[in-house]
Design a protein around this ligand. Sequence first.
Ligand code: 5GP
Ligand code: MN
Length: 335
Amino acid sequence: MIDLQDIKTKLSLSTDIAIIAHRNPDGDALGSSIGLQLFLERINHQVKVVMPSDHPDTFHFLPRVDDIIVFDQEHDRAREALSKAKIIFCLDFNGLDRVDKLGITINESKAFKIMIDHHIDPEPFVDYAISDSGASSTCEMVYDFITDLGYNHLIDPILGECLMTGIITDTGSFKYNTNPHVYAIAGELKAKGVDDYMLNDQIYNTMTEKQLRLLGHCLSERFEVIPQYQAGIVAITKEDFKKFDIKRGDTEGIVNYILMMRGINVAAFIREQPTIVKLSLRSKGDISVQEITRNHFNGGGHKNASGGAAYAKLEDVVSRFKKVLPKYVKPLHSA
Ligand code: 5GP
Ligand code: MN
C-alpha cells in the first residue's frame, strides 16, 4: 500500500511534474492546479499545468494562469509536457471522460499518477488517489495535502489566494458544500494574509454588460417553472448563443439564479451547442442531481451540483429532464 510518506519520498528529488484538471476549468480546477504548481516549484520541481480547454476571463487575476498549456490550442506542447512528466497530478476530476483526448495520453503515460479530487464515484486510473466527496473543493484538499506533507509554511498569500479562489467558487462564498474544516482553513488562509475581499470582488463583480444582458434574457425569456416538482429550467438555443455572442464562461453562474426562487429545489440550465446539448444541474437538500446526470445524461459531479450532456435536440433533452424528474423529486400535494 502506498501512503503519504511514500509520496513525500517521491517528491524529495527534483523531477518533471504535470498537473491536469478538467475541461472548462472553473475556479477550483484553476486555483488547485496553480496552487499545487507554486508549491511543487517551491520544493524544486519543474511543473507544467495542462488543461483540455481554455479558462474563462474571470480568472485572469490568478498568478501564472497564462502559463497554462491548453490542449485545444497546443496539442504538441501538451503531449510533450505529459510525456516528459515522471509524476502526473489529476486535480478536480475523477473520470478520464472529463479531460477529453488527454485521457488517452494519461492512460498511455508511465508516470506515477496521483488524483486529488472531491467528486463522487472515482474511476481507478491512478496509482494513488486522495478522494473525498465530503471536501468542499479540491483546493481544500490541496491545502491539506501540502500541510500533511509538512510544508504549510510554504503557503504564502499568493499561493493561498489560489486555494481560497477554489474554496470560494465551489462553496458559492460559503453558501453550500461547507464543513467545519473548510472554515478553519479559510481562517488560516486569511491569517496568512489572503485577501478574500479582493477575491470575491474579482470573481463576482467582473461581469461584462453582455453577460448581464444574457442573464436578463435567460430569466425573462427562457425560464420555465414546474411547481409540482419544485423545478426550474432555463434552456438556451444555438440562436441565443449567436445573438449574445456567448463565449466560454459567459453562462457561468446562471443556473444558481434559478435556485433563488422560493419553492425551487432543482435547477436545470440546458444549452444547445453545435453538436451536443449540455446540462448543468443544481439542487438543495436530499435531491441528488448527481444521480440524474449519471443515470440519464452521461455525466456526474456532486449530489447538489452536477453536469452532463446528450447528443439530441434541445427540446428532447428538456423533455427527457422533465420526464425523469418524478423519479428523483417527490411531487407536492401527493396523496
Ligand atoms: P457545471 O454545471 O458547473 O459545469 O458542473 C457542476 C459539477 O458537475 C462540477 O463538479 C463538474 O465537475 C461536474 N460535471 C460537469 N459536467 C460534467 C460531465 O459532463 N461529466 C461529469 N462526470 N461531471 C460533470
Ligand atoms: Mn471542484
